[in-house]
Write a protein that binds this ligand. Structure first.
Ligand code: PLP
Length: 438
């Protein structure tokens, strides 16, 4: 059907050879739906890639982008500024935990992660502790694709064959189906195991060599796993005890996913640095951000010589006025429509009920949820492990629902603007798809 060549664009994280035989092309989107070339609707139960939290095709955002492009399309962010970037940073700061008010814009989550690692490192230098250079992260964690983020992520395929920073140790992953299957919200088991592993790493490396712990508050690309009860509080406590910075990678959990604007607020744990991207402006214009405690910025400023940038780092498109204008318009929608908190209310409850009802489907070994996040895990049975997920994913797509397969875990994150009726439609199409495959 397509009248264009599929050979030239090398798509990211795609089995390109298979795609060429079975192209899946979207040409339009509106509300909670994407539309295929032939016009068939696909219910977007992944909010694009966890980013279109306000739903697709919001005219308000499009108008703001258009207006900004005509008024001031671009100005350099190095040594200059534009009103939308300052205004958007201030609006974001209004939703961050107390004490975190500094916003460093990037263009993606990957850039945000590498920027956060550099800020953490520079901070340790600034306060005379440059020997604290190691990072701790977690197996199954995902922190983007730049060299720093690749080094601290715990998904083997994403590391294999790439250059890596060596100074990283890993906590065990949070997915523990044997002990936590079918937990609603935060599971019971895992905090103690994490604490033991953390203490072992500190004992082995020495706290004087460790810069920061970086974790996703809810593991996303690793299979959507909420933190066990008390896990994030314990992580904060251990970091404080050993003078180690705590970085929350909120690229997925930020902007309303968990029932609060940020997971830090939702779980009542304030990290030192947060990373964000994706839903920052509704998934409309590439943008990311690093949110930093005021005192960390101050320490870096205090140690920098006068007359030069305090942080020799940044991107051409960091805080571009167009991305910031999209952010301001998206923020209006988030706030006006109560989207930061709806995942923690009746809609979140309906989502949880709907997901947990999937338990009766064949070969289901776990259902997990938090806010408007969810996962249904399957046992591959006689098939080689990890082959069921892609089959269900394809059948869902054929039947008009888009979810993600992480191995045999089907992972979901609908737009926060989704209606309860659309959640029911998802359940109907998902059930049908699973029953057709199994
Ligand atoms: N960090 C987390 C937790 C993510 O989930 C992602 C993307 O999925 C990233 C970082 C990387 O973001 P991006 O794809 O915008 O570079």
């Amino acid at each position: 059907m397509s009248d264009f060549n599929l050979d030239n664009w090398w798509q990211p994280f795609t089995n390109v050879r298979a795609f060429r035989d079975n192209p899946r092309i979207f040409t339009r989107a509106e509300g909670s739906f994407l539309y295929k070339e032939d016009g068939q609707e696909v219910l977007d139960i992944t909010a694009g890639l966890w980013c279109c939290n306000i739903g697709h095709g919001r005219r308000e955002v499009a108008d703001a982008v258009h207006k900004q492009l005509m008024e001031l399309d671009y100005a350099p962010p190095f040594q200059f500024g534009t009103p939308p970037a300052f205004q958007f940073a201030e609006r974001i700061a209004g939703h961050l935990p107390e004490g975190i008010n500094r916003v460093f814009f990037t263009n993606s989550g990957s850039e945000a992660v590498d920027t956060a690692l550099k800020i953490a490192h520079l901070y340790q230098f600034a306060r005379g502790k440059g020997g604290k250079s190691r990072f701790i992260s977690r197996e199954q964690g995902y922190h983007g694709v730049n060299v720093g983020g690749t080094s601290v992520q715990g998904l083997p395929n994403n590391r294999h064959g790439f250059p890596l920073l060596q100074e990283v140790d890993f906590l065990p992953g949070m997915l523990d189906i044997a002990r936590n299957a079918f937990s609603r919200g935060c599971p019971e088991h895992g905090t103690e195991r994490m604490a033991q592993a953390f203490e072992q790493i500190v004992a082995m490396r020495g706290a004087d060599s460790i810069c920061a712990l970086i974790i996703e508050p809810v593991s996303g690309a690793g299979g959507m796993v909420p933190p066990p009860v008390g896990y994030l509080q314990k992580a904060r406590e251990l970091c404080d005890q050993h003078d180690i910075l705590l970085i929350f990678d909120e690229v997925i959990t930020g902007f309303g996913r968990t029932g609060s604007a940020f997971a830090a607020t939702e779980f009542g744990v304030t990290p030192d640095i947060m990373t964000s991207a994706k839903a920052i402006n509704g998934g409309t214009v590439p943008m990311g951000g690093v949110f930093v405690k005021d005192e960390i910025q101050q320490a870096i400023f205090d140690s920098a010589p006068a007359g030069v940038p305090e942080f020799f780092h940044g991107n051409t498109y960091a805080g571009t006025p167009v991305a910031a204008a999209a952010g301001l318009a998206s923020m209006d929608i988030y706030e006006r429509e109560g989207l930061f908190t709806c995942a923690g209310g009746a809609k979140g409850e309906h989502w949880a009920d709907t997901l947990h009802a999937m338990r009766d489907l064949p070969q289901v070994i776990d259902v997990r949820n938090y806010g408007l996040l969810g996962a249904v895990s399957f046992d591959s049975g006689d098939l080689p492990a990890k082959s069921l997920g892609p089959k269900i994913h394809q059948r869902c797509y054929d039947n008009g629902v888009l979810c993600r397969a992480v191995g045999d875990h089907m992972v979901m994150s609908p737009p926060l603007s989704i209606s309860e009726g659309e959640i029911d439609l998802f359940a109907e199409r998902f059930r049908k798809s699973v029953n057709e495959v199994l």
